[in-house]
Each structure stands twice: as C-alpha cells, then as structure tokens.
Design a protein around this ligand. Structure first.
Ligand SMILES: [Ca+2]
Length: 415
C-alpha cells in the first residue's frame, strides 16, 4: 500500500442446577445438569480505523471518515475522540472512543472486535497495515511493536481472550486474506437492532515508532460467552473460628456473561451436607440486596464478623447473614426467595456442594473440595468456569485477606 492508504479496518463483528437430597447414607451423586451451551461465533466483517497526527508530539486524532466498513453492512462506527498519552519511555498510549451502531436489522448478542493481520498489508505480525503507515512527510515508517492495552475506564470495552476465531472466519475484499487474528479483543454489550453503544479501544505504540498516520484492521464478530448466568465464584466458611485465616465467611459472585445482571429478587442459601434449605433462618437464607453486576465483575457478600482471624481486604458490597460450614456444606444462588430443593431445582442459578457428608448434593459427578480454617474454594482456571460439575469446576486454595474480590476488583472478561 502507498502512504495514502492509512485507513484502519475495524471488523464489525462487534460482537445451573439442583436436585433434591437423596436419602442414601453415602455421599450421593446428584443428577448432572445440562451442559453449558457452546460459545457460538458469527463473523460479521472487517473494518479499518485510521489515525493521524500521531507523531512524536503525541497529538493524535481519529478521523471519522477514515473508519469504514470494508465488507458487511452490519455495523456503523463513529469516532468520537482519541486520547494520546506519552509515557516516560517515549511510548504512546492511544484510547479511541467510538460509537457502534447495529445496522444489520437483527440483534447482535455479543459484539466483539479483534485486531487482524491482512495478507499483503501486515508487517512482522503486528496489527498495522505496513504500507499504510507513514511519517508526517508521507514517507513509509515502521509500525512494528504495537501492543494492545486493557481499557479500564469503560465497563463495556473489556479486553477479552479470543478463542474459536481464526482468520478463516473473515473474508477480505480484493483477494487478500486474514492471516492471523489477535489473541485478545474488545466487547460491547448486546446490541439490539438499531441500537448504539459507546466503546473504546486502547493500544500502545513504542517510542521507536514515529508513525504519523497509521491504520488498524479489526475483524468484528458475534461471540456469546459460554456461561449465561451469574456464578458463585469463591467462598470461605471458617470465618471467625479459632485459628481461622479470616474473621468472616464470605460468598463472592461473578458475572461471566456479556450483559449487566441485576440481583433483584435473588437469594443466597446455605444448608449442611444432609440438611434442607430453609428460608426462616437468617444463618441459612439471605435475600440479596438489589445490585447490578456488570460483565466480568464481582459482588462480595461478607457474612457476620467472628472472633478470630484477619479482616478481608476488599470492602464488602453487601453484608450477608449466612453461617457456612467450615469444611462441608452446600451454597445455592437462587433466582427468588423460595427454598432450593436441590442442585437442579428450577430456581437455582448456581449451586456448590463442597466437602463430604451424608446425602450431600452438588452439581455434576462430585462435590467441590472440602474447605478448612485456611482453605477456601474458587472456580478454576478462572471465575468464568462453570460446566455444572462442582468437582471439576472448583479448587481449594490457601485463602488470604486479599483473596476475595468485590465490585471494584479488576474485571475478568470470559471467552
Ligand atoms: Ca453451575
């Protein structure tokens, strides 16, 4: 490409369970819940974003005319601004603010975009079109060393890991092809037909790159996260006990979906391994205060403070009332205030049976690990994990004051 082609293509692909306790005497497997739906991926197209005035003076701007669909008329992007910050080492951080409008005529479930390499335009595996990068005099310049940075000032522009998407998902006009896509991309919430959503993209240019005009190519797609409901992501039950690591029990909730979820009407419930869930005992039943949990965010419910142990560092989002079993028990997140009948009951959003005990129930084939004075349970390898099999989805770990995450903790974007 010549220096005149510096437009950046932005891909338009914006985009539980309980069963009743058994009467057997040994730990009894409960029925397995339905597997989580597989993440679906739908390619939407390729787009190009151009930026100019990005020289060593770090005065940058994004031209709206430079952002245009190359292929599918499903999304319309409007650049609303760009921030350029020069770091101490001379590198520059760019944050481009965009409005994304769904013009496809149908809802897009999980609009997501990922930087892409285009054959014939790529330089050294970066996500810039080589020939499209020029200095202020219009001469070509190196565009290597571009990195993506997480944008933390927007709830909806999380950088998320990209899986299940390849260059083959995208068609490129003019006979070129997408040779690679980035391992990370950005998301916005579900876009209804005709709806507009603000989003922002962040990236860094090293000091060694003096590009004045450059382009960034994106593939847009619709990829729905695998888990479509809130999960109990971490829990601790020995709070306040003698020699306990912490002075409170807690339950941490997480939103692995692409949309804001309200806890209105939901309840947290606890029962011993053999016990039934009830609603008339505050140690076993806590109606959640209404809160909105953004995509990738946590909600921390601290239980009553006891005598022994350290204080959880994260400020609790809610003060709960439950008294969890220190080693063994069952915790359910219910969609309403009705006592949970078991792991596959219709009002169960998520359910964790942990440890052992007669008649203990759980999701899947076995319970999550037993906890202890110093051990808590959490989803692994990430809070995104929920295959509805407690033994496979959760691990125990040595809990510390800093283990629990709250609504201001670093968000986790789920693949
Ligand atoms: Ca589950």
């Amino acid at each position: 490409m010549t220096g005149k082609r510096w437009v950046l293509i932005l891909p338009a692909l914006l985009l539980a369970a309980c069963s009743t306790g058994q009467q057997a005497t040994a730990p009894t497997p409960t029925s397995t819940t339905a597997p989580a739906p597989a993440a679906a991926t739908r390619a939407l197209g390729l787009y190009e974003l151009s930026i100019q005035g990005s020289g060593a003076q770090a005065s940058g701007r994004v031209t709206t005319a430079a952002l245009r669909s190359q292929e599918i008329a499903g999304l319309t992007f409007t650049v609303t601004g760009v921030q350029v910050v020069t770091n101490g080492d001379g590198s520059r951080n760019y944050t481009a603010a965009l409005n994304v409008t769904n013009t496809s005529g149908a809802a897009i479930g999980a609009p997501a975009i990922i930087p892409a390499d285009i054959a014939g335009y790529t330089e050294s595996g970066t996500y810039f079109r080589a020939g499209a990068t020029t200095n202020q005099s219009g001469a070509p310049t190196s565009a290597s060393g571009i990195t993506l940075t997480q944008v933390t000032d927007s709830t909806y522009s999380m950088l998320f890991p990209v899986t299940g998407v390849s260059g083959a998902d995208f068609a490129v006009p003019g006979g070129s092809s997408v040779t690679a896509v980035s391992a990370q991309g950005w998301r916005t919430p579900t876009l209804a037909a005709g709806a507009t959503q603000a989003m922002s993209l962040g990236f860094t240019i090293p000091a060694s790159n003096d590009a004045y005009r450059f382009s960034l190519v994106f593939g847009a797609f619709d990829k729905t996260p695998a888990v479509n409901h809130l999960v109990i992501s971490q829990l601790y039950g020995a709070g306040g006990n003698g020699s306990a690591a912490l002075n409170t029990d807690y339950v941490e909730l997480f939103n692995p979906t692409n949309n804001v979820i309200s806890t209105a009407g939901m309840s947290l419930q606890y029962a011993s391994p053999a016990g039934a869930f009830v609603t008339n005992n505050t140690g076993q039943f806590y109606p959640l205060t209404t809160a909105s949990i953004a995509p990738g965010r946590f909600l921390l419910i601290r239980m009553p403070i006891g005598t022994n142990g350290g204080t959880v560092t994260a400020t609790p989002d809610q003060q709960g009332t439950l008294t969890l079993g220190a080693a063994n028990g069952k915790v359910a997140l219910a969609s309403n205030g009705t006592a949970v009948a078991g792991p596959t009951a219709t009002n169960v959003i998520d359910f964790i049976g942990y440890g052992t005990g007669n008649n203990i129930t759980f999701e899947g084939t076995a319970a999550a690990p037993a906890m202890s004075l110093t051990l808590a349970d959490q989803r692994s390898p990430s809070p995104c994990t929920d295959t509805n099999n407690n033994s496979a989805d959760l691990v125990s770990f040595t809990v510390t004051a800093g283990s629990a995450r709250n609504s201001t903790s670093t968000p986790v974007a789920c693949p």
